[in-house]
Design a protein around this ligand. Structure first.
Ligand code: ZN
Length: 80
């Protein structure tokens, strides 16, 4: 046994709960979704808040909507 860290403090943060960044509810560290506001949650940060995991679906939808808008503008104004 080389690990002599106090039991229960194996994480770097030392937190035992994390806070939802949306509704400020205290949640267990292993929770990956807030039960009150359905926000997806990642690991706890150094302030005790849960981080938001990278949202690929939202990112892709944002890109597609931008591309769609550009194509729409091109189609409407620059097509000839
Ligand atoms: Zn929440």
């Amino acid at each position: 046994m080389h690990d002599d860290a106090p039991y229960g403090r194996s994480g770097s943060s030392g937190f035992t709960t994390k806070k939802c960044p949306e509704c400020y509810t205290y949640l267990p560290l292993h929770t990956n979704k807030c039960p009150s506001c359905n926000t997806k949650l990642g690991d706890v940060n150094k302030l005790g808040f849960a981080t938001r995991p990278f949202d690929w679906a939202g990112y892709i939808i944002a890109i597609l909507s931008i591309v769609g808008f550009v194509v729409f503008v091109w189609w409407g104004f620059f097509r000839d």
